[in-house]
Design a protein around this ligand. Sequence first.
Ligand code: ADP
Ligand code: MG
Length: 606
Amino acid sequence: MTQRRLTLGAVFLLLALWGFLPEFTVTMLNYIGLYALVAVGLVMLTGVGGMTSFGQAAFVGLGAYATAWFCTAPAAESLVGLAPGSAALPWVGLLVGLVLSATVAWLLGAVTVRLSGHYLPLGTIAWGLSLYFLFGNLEFLGGHTGLAGLPALSLAGFDLRSVRELGLLIWAVLLLTLWALHNLLDSREGRAIRALKTGRVMAESMGVDTARYRIKVFVLAALLASLSGWMYAHLQRFVNPTPFNLNIGIEYLFMAVVGGAGHLWGAVLGAALITLMKQYLQDILPSLLGSSGNFEVIVFGLLMLLVLQRFSDGLWPSLARLVNRYLRAPPLASGDGGRGLTQRQLPAKDSVVLGASGVSKRFGGLLANNQVDLDVRAGEIHALIGPNGAGKSTFFNMISGVDDPSSGVVKLLGRDMLGQSSRAFAAGGLGRTFQHVRLLGPRSVLDNVALGAHLRGHHGWIASMLRLDRAEEAALMAEARRQIERCDLGPQMHETAASLALGQQRIVEIARALTGHPSVLLLDEPAAGLPHMEKQALGRLLTQLRDEGMAILVVEHDMEFVMNIADRVTVLEFGQVIAHGTPAQVQVDPKVVAAYLGGVEVEFKP
Ligand code: ADP
Ligand code: MG
């Protein structure tokens, strides 16, 4: 039995039993389905994309109120030309709700998503509260009484009048959503969404437009919430503001977190647990304690604390581990394919790939880079060295688009890169690694490396959800495998990045950069903290890449490492170039010996 079969089996079992389940069970399942739809949006937002929202209930409200108003207001008739009671009205309501939610989410997202730290969650609380009070205070939405008299949904001539009938629609929508999101996460676009979590600089360097992706995830989550609100309204047949307040927004977040915010099925598990627990506690506590009151809220809060304390990743991972013991692992995809990816022509040997001239960077009163000239040619390893605080990392940022120079020119393959983002540098053929390794720890090496090929694919979210991207995806994965093999990481391909030693993680970053097929490779202190053997392996890999025609710039601290592999060396001190030449020339330069080595003679191995 495989995971897929188990899932399909459970779905068919649910379908087969649907007609025989007691009415109460069906009602509970309906609510679980509706809540799970919202929670799964939060999984995408929080667990996958790394953004927390307390305000999803407000989007459920937008979806519910949009359809409620269209189905009940007399003014709706003159607006859309449908008589009251027309079976098409709820569908107009759905469309309006989705458009409205997407618009509001886009606007709010454009403002809040750029906030960092605590400000984003606080921002979502702010608009969650505002929308809730808006629902309650608008005359035409019925104020705190709400709107009643919603019709039943009618689908292809069938009235979904009973909870059992409507439940089929709810669960069909939920399961289709899970399928589409599963596909999305298993694609190039999904890797880009996951990359949001490791921070802007890394994702942007891989060519991911982080601001755009963040807003898109935000809109996606809002659309799912709105869709849930639409079905909720037609299940209840009336709406009032209560189910869309901030408390419920917090509960949705609980569902995602308790279930497992990093897993789509965690949303379903969380929704089920919390719905059942609330129901059960509401029934049992008053009789247990002999008096009525909202005791369930207290017990509920304590239970949440316990679960979060014990299972910080939510319950789904533990459950999945337990079940997976009895399941056959799916076959790992084989390594064929790899055609159809556009190959960049490497520049001719010895031509300048990346050139900086007169680059200066001022931080307030400090001149971190002062008129630095440096070029990197195809087929050479150029090392930039200098003592701590010399301005190496600052220069690295100037020539990779992370930061703009105060003055000076940076050219990539002859193109002036003034004011360009690191995304533009990536698109122009620059690959880079990070001084502090930035990988997605829980993801496999293969997955991490495949992110490097982001700019080499073009299929969007919808195509990925519908699995229309499979040929391209196979080609991207084949390319990732090829680079992993080339970097001698084949045996670790399916291990998680976090389980590797630091040296290997650095090599994973190089493989990731290579997957983007760069013309120039920038490495910030690649040998730092590596044991001797791993340093040698790294040196061999870099010389091999150089011989294949890659232009490589290594910013390093480790003199011995650099002198063994570099063709040319540039030495920085206090932001200024003090020497430049072959390793042999630089080593005997008195200025270098004095500045960099503090006047102490150091012996270099040949
Ligand atoms: P290196 O990488 O060679 O060790 P850096 O480029 O990190 O050196 O730093 C060069 C100098 O610039 C240091 O004095 C550092 O304190 C300063 N510096 C670096 N980044 C900033 C910044 N964002 N703001 C202010 N000063 C900075
Ligand atoms: Mg540095």
